[in-house]
Design a protein around this ligand. Structure first.
Ligand code: ATP
Ligand code: MG
Length: 447
């Protein structure tokens, strides 16, 4: 193995072994290591009981029923040390009825979801990989394969289907045929999983490097039909009018836009995926063959709101998602007034401006257009420009009190006139909106 283990990880193993216990590094960290990547998240499995581990590590914490002891780290997520487990009886397709301590590493690896996640690494002079299910081969072939019988494993815990999609999207792997067939067969079971857990996997899928492939796997496995049925309706919805250029149907355009989204922010990615979701419902074909989607941004916003509620998105995420979808049709016409640009900034929220621009670029690229245009570039330049200008007299860096004080005036219309004059000078760029500059101007030419 090329990549070296971090010192603190080695120390944890040595400490546990020094008391005569077995310990292995497991899960994503081993998978990543074999792919030449250093994980941020280290999991260990051991035959020591949580009490034993707690005694060994003074600052450790133990706060759940799954037998996991956490150790804080300055460089990584907390290290998680879990006693060997086996699981029995998944009557509701999501949670084991009971967690039992396992006696062996084999039992523990058997309960894990995919072969690439069921590898263990033992520390000795040479690293030793324990690979009971062909995980190394599957990494080499870039395949996600359930441990054991996929039908059984997805019936035990339906979230594993969403995890399969997420790993495919993060790693750029394909899903092995039997595993994929079982997903198709059992996609309906996903409805028994808590919405928050589905949401987390979906957002990870959307912000992954292979998000396009991830969404296509969702579609082809029928999981999309369960999780985002309103989205699926958009595949096959034509948008090509005579004489007008549209490469793709609506659904394909949306996935292509996601593929081209240059922001990694999951909510911006989600908005990119959903921005035209209302087109299926607003599609109209006029007698001359022209296709319209009148008001589709409003309908898209409504559907996105329903999806956000169903997936229990945090309020702050929901608000951002809806603003991006609602205003995605913004015009970059060069004849717009500054006031129109300010209204746009207010509607979208100044903090969301880079994200709605990322959505626009994705929308263009996902429709086969060039990344940008001189109009869009000019619009971006003006957005920055109008934000520098004071929006009203109230945004001037001095106020009426300053004017009265500096010029020894009493309250009255004169004060307003002077402020107005300064404001005009700032708008016309004759003066900078800086307190020193404005005070100096007052003193030098009291008009
Ligand atoms: P990453 O941390 O990069 O997202 P990971 O593989 O470490 O990936 P985790 O969710 O942290 O994924 O889980 C750690 C390990 O626990 C997995 O590698 C897998 O072996 C096991 N695991 C997690 N969730 C499940 C599940 N629902 N069913 C079976 N095994 C699971
Ligand atoms: Mg992990």
């Amino acid at each position: 193995m090329e990549t070296k283990l971090p010192e603190e990880v080695v120390e944890i193993c040595k400490k546990i072994e020094s008391k005569g216990f077995e310990v292995y590094i497991v899960g994503g960290a081993v998978r990543d290591l074999l792919m030449g990547k250093l994980s941020n998240d280290w999991d260990f499995t051991t035959n020591a009981k949580p009490e034993d581990i707690q005694k060994l590590f003074k600052d450790s914490f133990y706060d759940n029923k799954y037998g996991t002891v956490g150790i804080k780290s300055e460089n990584f997520k907390p290290h998680e040390i879990t006693t060997y487990r086996t699981e029995h009886g998944y009557s509701d397709h999501r949670r084991p009825d009971k967690v039992f301590w396992g006696k062996t590493l084999e039992e523990d690896l058997q309960r894990r979801d995919f072969t690439i996640n069921a590898l263990a690494l033992k520390l000795n002079d040479n690293y030793e990989i324990i690979d009971l299910f062909g995980g190394q081969n599957d990494i080499k072939n870039r395949v996600i394969r359930a441990v054991g019988d996929p039908t059984e494993r997805f019936s035990e815990d339906a979230l594993r289907m969403m995890r399969a999609v997420r790993f495919a999207a993060q790693l750029g792997f394909t899903i092995e045929e039997n595993t994929f067939e079982a997903m198709k067969l059992h996609s309906g079971l996903i409805n028994q999983i808590a919405a928050e857990r589905i949401r987390d996997e979906l957002l990870k899928t959307l912000s992954a490097s292979y998000s396009y492939e991830g969404v296509m796997i969702l579609k082809n496995s029928s999981l999309m039909h369960e999780v985002l049925p309103e989205f699926e309706e958009n595949f096959g919805v034509e948008q090509k009018s005579p004489g007008r250029h549209h490469l793709y149907d609506v659904g394909t355009h949306l996935v292509m836009a996601l593929k081209n989204c240059q922001s990694a922010d999951p909510i911006t990615r989600f908005a990119t995926l959903l921005h035209d979701i209302g087109k299926a419902k607003t599609h109209k074909k006029l007698p001359d063959g022209t296709i319209t989607f009148y008001n589709h941004e409003m309908v898209s916003t409504k559907i996105a709101s329903k999806i956000a509620d169903k997936l229990r998105l945090a309020n702050i995420d929901k608000e951002k998602l809806l603003r991006l979808v609602r205003w995605h049709m913004f015009s970059v016409n060069e004849h717009q007034t500054d006031a129109a640009l300010r209204r746009f900034i207010k509607n979208v929220g100044v903090e969301n401006i880079p994200d709605i621009l990322a959505l626009r670029v994705a929308d263009r690229l996902g429709g086969g257009a060039r990344e940008t245009s001189w109009r869009l570039e000019e619009f971006k330049r003006r957005l920055i420009e109008v934000q520098k200008q004071p929006f009203s007299i109230r945004d001037l860096k001095i106020d009426g009190n300053d004017v009265m004080k500096e010029l020894n005036l009493k309250p009255g219309p004169k004060v307003g006139e002077i402020l107005n004059k300064l404001f005009e000078d700032v708008v016309e760029k004759k003066l900078e909106n800086k307190r020193e500059v404005l005070l100096k101007k007052l003193k030098s030419s009291p008009s």
